[in-house]
Design a protein around this ligand. Structure first.
Ligand code: GDP
Length: 365
């Protein structure tokens, strides 16, 4: 189960955003087997296609895909030295698959800023420095090991040492490891080290209520965008306060509230979808009268492994997959019509699933 960790300095709006996440939480009945800890929020992945399929099939129930957010509070300057229980928080970050870093871009004189004044780039740098320092320690430990291996005559170790030295240099310059992965060899070495700065990252700019719909005049947001662009990272604009209010409302009122603010969708939905993409995930559907359901798989997953998400028996006995793309299904109006037009394909065990595939697996019991 893939997770996104929410990090940020104190008082930037993490808890407010995380509360919105838990309030908007996924239907617990859909996930009877996952225990939910207090700092974990499970949300539905918004996907219009699922509701269009529901209109088409009129099933007994509809189950969206879900994903998990973890609230990782307490990251402060000095964390890498163990200050403020810092190491514990760093180890929480190690366990997540991607990072959403909340940065404060709202002004509010009543709410103290931990570092004195509003300056999101400095905040990003404070966190980046802590993560780089922690990674440096990891890289240095590994370097010592590898040097011993070289002494004992391990020829392969030399190549690794060179990579480690490059990474060490980059981290010392405050460059996150994710920025320096250029080739497969480096990627392989770094993957083994579980570096914090290797995690895919996006930035959440928390703006004031008035800027929720349009933050283009906010100079802090512009700076965050510029920073993020350097590493091709995404910036999601939210107003955590607005999100917290929306999460309290019934769906219909929430839609009206968003419309009043001039928003097409909530910041939270934007964040969820961006996180889903950041994790390298995609969706396929199963559709029938009992249930229309979205399933989550990693991009590049083959048909039998996708089937295994539903049940290990279906993977084991996999014969083939009957697949129609969501777009073809919608264009023809019904599964039977898509089949008549030859748009329902039979795919074998090497088929790589595509986002939006509507799938029926055939298998031996
Ligand atoms: P955390 O320490 O990062 O978890 O920050 P909190 O979520 O506790 O927020 C710190 C304070 O900022 C709280 O008083 C929030 O109500 C306030 N806050 C959070 N988001 C916003 C926002 O978008 N606008 C304003 N004006 N205040 C906010």
């Amino acid at each position: 189960n893939l997770e996104v960790g929410i990090v940020g300095l104190p008082n930037v709006g993490k808890s407010t955003l995380f509360n919105a996440i838990t309030k908007a939480g996924a239907e617990a009945a859909n996930y009877p087997f996952c225990t939910i800890e207090p700092n974990v929020g499970v949300v539905d992945v918004p996907d219009d296609r699922l509701w269009k399929l529901t209109e088409m099939y009129n099933p007994k129930r509809t189950v969206p895909a879900a994903m998990r957010f973890v609230d990782i509070a307490g990251l402060v300057k000095g964390a890498a030295q163990g200050e403020g229980l810092g190491n514990k928080f760093l180890s929480h970050i190690r366990q997540v698959d991607a990072v959403a870093q909340v940065v404060r871009c709202f002004t509010d004189d009543n709410i103290t800023h931990v570092a004195g004044n509003l300056d999101p780039l400095r905040d990003i740098e404070i966190i980046n420095t802590e993560l780089c320092l922690a990674d440096l320690e990891t890289v240095e430990k590994r370097t010592e090991r590898v040097q011993k291996l070289i002494k004992s005559g391990d020829k392969k170790a030399q190549a690794e040492l060179e990579i480690l030295q490059q990474v060490q240099q980059a981290l010392s310059d405050g460059q996150p490891a994710r920025r320096i992965v250029k080739d497969d060899e480096t990627a392989a070495v770094l993957k083994e080290l579980f570096l914090l700065t290797l995690k895919p990252t996006l930035f959440v700019a928390n703006v004031s209520e008035a800027e929720a719909a349009d933050a283009s005049a906010n100079p802090h947001v512009a700076k965050v965008r510029e920073y993020a662009a350097h590493e091709g990272a995404e910036v999601i604009i939210v107003s955590a306060k607005v999100e917290a209010e929306i999460a309290e409302l019934p769906a219909e009122e929430a839609r009206e509230f968003l419309a009043d603010l001039g928003l097409e969708e909530s910041g939270l939905d934007k964040l969820i979808r961006a996180s889903f993409t950041l994790l390298g995930l995609m969706t396929f559907f199963t559709a029938g009268e009992p249930e229309v359901r979205a399933w989550t798989i990693a991009c590049g997953t083959k048909a039998p492994q996708a089937a295994g998400k539903i049940h290990s028996d279906i993977e084991r006995g996999f014969i083939r997959a009957e697949i129609v793309s969501y777009d073809d299904l919608m264009a023809t109006g019904a599964y039977s019509a898509a089949r008549e037009k030859g748009l329902v394909r039979l795919e074998g065990k090497d088929y790589i699933m595509q986002d939006g595939d509507v799938t029926y697996f055939r298998f031996n019991v």
